[in-house]
Design a protein around this ligand. Structure first.
Ligand code: HEM
Length: 475
């Protein structure tokens, strides 16, 4: 080869090398106005190994090194962490496009659900959510949730006339199970009475089918963080693949079309995919995405409030507030904006799960017919000594400026469209727990379980262990 082509060859190698290093992120530097950048020592991987080993410890180490806001490299992606709740406000005011989670989410959704995103996905999702997870659509959904909750919670607990015996369960598993199954039935429909030869049989089938689905979902849920990080060992990967196929079938279009009461939210999206000519097998995968998005967080989130409301709870679940036990039952009014209204009381319970100040259109449902009945019942409860305003004590600094102290629904273009429904689901569940059951923790000196930090970044946190409780019907 002549010298010219050798030099040309060297240049090419150099360009390829520089290009490679560029792709590996070697040249990325902190620019003026940007948070501190910590790429770690390993090109491309950055800090991902330490991050996976103990996320909490890693973030704490970074916080001590860089302060509350910093960017780190994790497996080729740059993540900026904000740990100072006072800066959330400024952050969410940024333009919606800058907070677009979609391109990242699309890759994740393909890996964990097998679904390949198409162009108008987001548009369709938002249309359907605006119509059916807000306003009047929300009321229909909330009604459906109520009847499914009743089917699941009231069955096989006997009645107080024969002094129903106490039943025991883990509070986390019980709450997750009921909220998951009722939510699933409300969104994906019920077995038709006709096909089962009667209402009772159909209801029973709803119970058994949703129970099986829940246990499979829970298995997937436990594999989920490592699946999303792409670090499952082969046997678990195989199990994850098996579960995926199970769900593609369980929520398939074909199975769904055989149901009654499918929510408009699910129905509209399924129709829209059909209209653009998407393969049915791909629509099934999308249905699994919807199942995950709608059920993955709500069930686990119901544990906190149930625990918080358990008589005999000596401490608080969330560090955000403290409970001041009071020994008398003060009257709560049903409607109105008074500071002791039930609506306000229940809202307060959910403070840690929602943005303060924005009133969720949530208790509408309770103002309808059987609410009065429930309310009367509520007043009769002797063991539940609830005066929420009095019980929940907010630390001083947590009051006014703390608008976005917690962002459970995310922010920006992909902010959770199910947040109003989720809030309602949780309130309904807690409400029925209080109305239907006497319940208490088995251990009067129960310690509040730690949070499972391995799930950080994957939705609602879950406790590291369950808490045993017992319950029985009040009437
Ligand atoms: C306590 C329960 C829930 C929590 C904590 C929660 C939280 C979240 C979060 C953090 C996101 C991502 C937001 C972002 O990208 O910034 C999200 C997205 C989403 N959630 Fe929820 N969610 C809950 C319940 C629900 C329910 C009940 C539904 C449906 C009925 C739902 C449907 C969705 C959908 C479809 C998305 C994707 C939105 C998009 O890509 O634009 N979620 N949720």
């Amino acid at each position: 080869a002549d010298t010219g082509s050798l030099i040309w060859g060297y240049h090419l190698c150099l360009v390829a090398l520089l290009g490679g290093l560029y792709v590996l992120g070697v040249f990325r530097k902190q620019r003026p106005g940007e948070p501190p950048l910590d790429k770690g020592l390993i090109p491309w991987l950055g800090h991902v190994l330490e991050f996976r080993r103990d996320t909490f410890k890693f973030l704490e180490r970074m916080r001590q090194k860089h302060g509350d806001v910093f960017t780190v490299q994790l497996g080729g992606f740059y993540f900026t962490f904000l740990q100072d709740p006072f800066s959330f406000g400024a952050f969410v005011k940024e333009s919606r496009e800058k907070l677009d989670f979609n391109s990242f989410a699309e890759q994740l959704v393909y890996r964990v659900f097998g679904y390949k995103a198409v162009e108008n996905d987001h548009h369709v999702l938002h249309n359907a959510s605006n119509k059916h997870l807000k306003g009047e659509g929300l009321e229909v959904m909330t009604q459906a949730m109520m009847s499914n909750l009743q089917n699941l919670m009231l069955h096989s607990v006997g009645s107080a006339t024969d002094q129903s015996p106490w039943k025991e369960d883990g509070l986390f598993m019980y709450s997750y199970n009921i909220v998951f199954r009722a939510g699933f039935l409300a969104l994906f429909g019920n077995v038709p009475h006709k096909s089962e030869g009667g209402e009772e049989k159909a209801k029973e089938k709803d119970r058994t089918h949703s129970e099986t689905l829940f246990y499979e979902f829970r298995k997937y849920d436990q594999l989920f963080p490592n699946l999303a990080y792409g670090v499952l060992p082969p046997k678990q990967k195989w199990e994850a693949d098996r579960l995926q196929s199970y769900f593609w079938d369980a929520v398939s279009v074909q199975n769904m079309k055989a149901k009654d009461n499918i929510s408009r939210w699910v129905w509209d999206m399924q129709q829209a995919k059909e209209e653009v000519g998407m393969d049915e097998s791909m629509i099934n995968k999308y249905m699994f995405v919807l199942l995950w998005a709608s059920q993955g967080n709500t069930g686990p989130s119901s544990f906190g409030p149930s625990l918080l409301l358990s008589p005999r709870l000596p401490q608080t679940y969330a560090a955000h507030f403290q409970i001041k036990p009071k020994n008398h039952l003060r009257s709560l009014t049903a409607t109105g904006k008074g500071k002791h209204s039930l609506a306000r009381g229940l809202d307060l319970l959910y403070q840690p799960w929602r943005e303060q100040g924005k009133h969720v259109n949530s208790l509408k449902y309770f103002k309808t017919s059987n609410f009065i009945f429930f309310l009367e019942f509520f007043f009769c409860l002797i063991t539940v000594k609830l005066t929420l305003e009095e019980w929940i004590h907010w630390p001083e600094e947590a009051k006014e400026p703390f608008i976005y102290y917690n962002m459970p629904w995310g922010a920006g273009v992909s902010m959770c469209p199910g947040r109003f429904f989720a809030t309602n689901e949780l309130k309904q569940f807690v409400f029925l727990m209080l109305v239907y059951f006497e319940f208490e923790l088995k251990n009067p000196n129960e310690e509040i379980p730690e949070i499972d930090f391995r799930r950080w970044g994957f939705g609602s946190m879950q406790p590291i262990r369950d808490v045993q409780f017992r319950y029985r019907l009040r009437f």
